[in-house]
Ligand binder design. Sequence first.
Ligand code: GLU
Length: 481
Amino acid sequence: MSANVRVRFAPAPTGLLHIGNARTALFNYLFARKEKGTFILRIEDTDAERSTDASIEAILQDLRWLGIIWEEGPDAGGQSGPYRQSQRLSHYHGDAEKLLGEGKVYKCFCSPERLETLRKEQLSRGMMPKYDGRCRNLSEGEISKMESEGLRPVLRFRVDKGTVVFEDLIHGKMNFDSNGIGDFIIVRSDGMAAYNFACVIDDHSMQISHVIRGEDHLSNTPRQILLYRALGWQPPVFAHHPLILGPDRSPLSKRHGATAVSQYREEGFLPESLLNYLILLGWTPSSGEEILPLEKIVETFSLSGLSRNAPTHSRKKLEWLNSHYIRKADKGRLTRLLLPYFEKAGIPVNQQDQTYLIQICGLLKDNLFLLSQVEEYLSIFFDEKFSFEEEVKAILILPENRNLLQTILNAIEGWSEIEDDNTSSLLRQLEEKTGRKGKSLYGLLRAGMTGKMKGPELVKTLPLLGKERMMKRLKMALEIA
Ligand code: GLU
């Protein structure tokens, strides 16, 4: 494909970025990268009541966090700006006037109350609601009269009989009977362009070659194609991908848990995990590999490889990918990502030995499938947080274990210090002294030293605690009444 592939992600800034929308952005971004084209971010904020600047900021921030970077957009500028529809109103008026002059759209004065009554009536008769064309053939005189009475019309597109056929890159040939469409609004009574109209004008003037969006827009596409025809323009190529479903196969929504990208970020998912997850939803690389960092996805991605079947959200899979990427992250980055959770748990990280913090992060990464889980383990490493879990206490007070704890304490007293390179031999000596091995020794050791039943690898944890602290905790364990 040629270098003039131009695609866009066009969110309405009326809330947080949903993972379903992030997936649409990702497909567009990947397609642009793959085809050496341009990825554009366009903000569809013609709904002034529901759109907010805060939402625009949040969407930009979430996309950047994911690494989905646009070449043209509200902050990046570009040849087709501005990239906020609220700043493009003059672009829409000229074409609306032109269509009106040609009789392809008409002024409609029907009140919202009349339209609502019509809709209810049609529904009660089992019909698909659509405009009945009452204002289709108003005379000039009727129009001027209503306008002079102060009535403000909407502009409706005249949908004539016929079919709209287009080739969807994911669904194949799509066929719509225009009879089911009904004359639709292109400019609202406040003069604001409606979604379908603004979208067509912008996609055309931004020279968008491919429109990749969710299947929920399939019913808009015939309307948009009719507008392209009326304006004498070539429509872009369309690709409508299936939407993500919840485990109960209904569209993914808040009742299924987190849906916003920012919620996943706060919980401690890494951007690469979320990206890898989103791409696996509905796309299986030919190699069958599931661990796919962005660069690898770019190499192998194709729109035609997207499944027509709706994918089901699986939090388990996302967590699995996250534990993989946490394990793979380098120590420096991981520490930077984890320290905010230390602070949240009340550990003043600036007053701590930085090497110690890095070591803890390096050790704990194998135990996490979410960054935020690090908080569960901090009690092991910071005395002010340390305590024995109830289950652990019950084990530590058993008489046979108390004897064993005492033997261990006596042995440790004789150590000079426990370090990474002598831990194994010290533990072997302990096995000899106690005559125990495996779980019966190490389970107890873990319980006494960490206060927990489960946790990071013991051999690596003990040198981080050091001899003094190990003894102190064993004494505490022996004092449990
Ligand atoms: N603003 C629309 C949405 O957020 C964009 C649809 C499109 O891509 O044309 O769903």
